[in-house]
Ligand binder design. Structure first.
Ligand code: IMP
Ligand code: MG
Length: 198
């Protein structure tokens, strides 16, 4: 389990007065783990072209780093879902907001997701994609908040199991902000910011 490090990210991060962030997983650790995940995927599929499907927008940095570590033949596509409204609480409802551009039939597909939380998003996507008859369908998540699981879903490849805290950075957002932080950080909200999300 990733332990919270008591330090601020380097440089100016542009957070608002009632919000603060604290590094949970450093960029160097993320990159090391992404390399290991790529090795695991290539061990399982040594010679196959791998088609990555990134779930917008949180997975973009993870997908970009994973794609470059994988080697061999790699292609990718993106889809959009909405599962979170504004703020830090899930609505529980999953909707497809942008579909894939190319067919996945007969392909070795790896869904690339930033974080596995309740599992509702991945459950929805796995069902949707299984119907499209890929050759193999696997799931890679950077982060797993195992305590929060509602749906019975597990990732085939997982970067880090994290505690039940709201995290931002390395693609993950709070109201579309903080995606550009290089580290994964815990977001702490003061009482003013919290009341805005309720
Ligand atoms: P799930 O459907 O509950 O598993 O939620 C997955 C989605 O919720 C992720 O793709 C994220 O977009 C979002 N999410 C869940 N936890 C966090 C978090 O701690 N920070 C930012 N986004 C989160
Ligand atoms: Mg997401």
């Amino acid at each position: 389990m990733a332990k919270q490090q008591n330090r601020k990210p380097k440089g100016k991060i542009g957070n608002r007065p009632d919000e603060s962030v604290c590094v949970l997983i450093s960029h160097a650790n993320i990159r090391r783990r992404v390399r290991e995940i790529a090795q695991d995927v290539r061990r399982d599929f040594p010679d196959e072209p791998i088609h990555l499907i990134g779930v917008l927008k949180g997975s973009v940095f993870f997908l970009a780093d994973l794609a470059r570590e994988l080697g061999g033949e790699v292609s990718f596509d993106f889809l959009g879902v909405s599962s979170y409204g504004h703020g830090t609480d899930s609505t529980g409802e999953v909707k497809l907001t942008k579909d894939l551009e190319v067919s996945i039939e007969g392909r070795t597909v790896l869904i690339v997701e930033d974080i596995l939380d309740t599992g509702l998003t991945l459950k929805f996507l796995i069902k949707l994609f299984e119907e499209r008859k890929p050759k193999h369908l696997r799931v890679a998540v950077l982060l797993d908040k195992a305590e929060r699981r509602i749906a019975n879903v597990n990732a085939d490849y997982c970067g880090f199991t994290i505690p039940n805290e709201f995290v931002v950075g390395y693609g993950l957002d709070y109201d579309e902000r903080y995606r550009n932080l290089p580290d994964v950080c815990v977001l702490q909200l003061g009482s003013r910011a919290k009341s805005k999300t309720e």
